[in-house]
Design a protein around this ligand. Structure first.
Ligand code: OAD
Length: 248
């Protein structure tokens, strides 16, 4: 494990005054806001069978169960707030503007509420619903029920999230472009779910600088040039402060 200072120094060097930085966030980013992570003690996949609630087959078998799982998470989101890590990344976007790309696996809206503007939600957004037939996407802050129908074609609605076995969003253009950035930074992700889990290796193969900020070692820690351990609410603001200290 390296120090935060060392990692921040390397990032400043790789960025210079024109370099680009791509950030990938995972559930660990929202953990200190009170949103449960997926894996590990107390994680969502300990209490729910992933096959039942996060696959197209599960939705076909028991749509009510799946809708209830996401309705509960949507309701819980109203009770939480962005933490210092989300706020720090929004400050970073304010300074780097188009030199920063933010890819998140999180379906919550905490990056938006902290002030980030350009966010690639590769696993979708829980506050939207999607028609199972015509794929119309609608803002949906409340529960989705079996009785709710698509205003365009009348068919059933599902959460606008990516389930296992489905293709994540933004893989054709935005994410490949983002992975060309000089620096790749992963925050709060266990590195177990592909294609996100393969991004560090891809960036490394291209000779980019890779940094991980995570509470525990992840499945991909061996890939990164620098790994910093600690809670995101502490490490991310400190890291951002050090990077911004030398930006023009
Ligand atoms: P995981 O739950 O797999 O991993 C969360 C990671 O965050 C772990 O490595 C923790 O050590 C770390 N962590 C926990 N608290 C933290 C904190 N306060 N600060 C920093 N790190 C912390 O979540 P993801 O990697 O995001 O996909 O999971 C990836 C995907 O698997 C999710 O998007 C979801 C899930 O199944 C789908 O549902 C399609």
């Amino acid at each position: 494990m390296q120090s935060l200072d060392e990692a921040a120094r390397a990032v400043r060097g790789a960025l210079g005054s024109r370099g680009r930085l791509t950030v990938l966030t995972g559930a660990g980013m929202s953990a200190e806001s009170g949103v449960a992570t997926f894996r590990g003690a107390g994680g969502l996949w300990e209490k729910h069978r992933l096959e039942d609630v996060a696959t197209p087959e599960g939705f076909l078998r028991d749509p009510r169960l799946v809708l209830e799982f996401y309705n509960a998470r949507r309701r819980q989101l109203r009770a939480v707030r962005p933490n210092a890590a989300h706020e720090a990344l929004a400050r970073l976007e304010g300074a780097l503007v188009e030199r920063l790309a933010l890819i998140t696996q999180n379906i919550d809206d905490l990056h938006e509420r902290a002030g980030s503007r350009r966010i690639l939600h590769m696993h979708g957004e829980i506050l939207k619903a999607r028609c199972v037939s015509c794929e119309a996407v609608l803002p949906w802050p409340g529960d989705i029920t079996l009785e709710d129908a698509c205003p365009a074609c009348g068919d059933r609605l599902r959460p606008h999230v990516v389930w296992f076995g489905e293709m994540p969003f933004h893989l054709e253009e935005e994410i490949p472009r983002a992975l060309e950035a000089e620096v790749f930074l992963a925050i709060g992700t266990s590195g177990t779910v592909y294609p996100a889990a393969g991004m560090a290796a891809e960036a490394r193969l291209r000779g980019r600088l890779t940094v991980e900020l995570n509470l525990d070692p992840s499945e991909q820690s061996h890939i990164f040039d620098h790994c910093v351990r600690g809670p995101a609410g502490t490490t991310v603001p400190a890291f951002v402060e050090r990077i911004l200290a030398e930006q023009p």
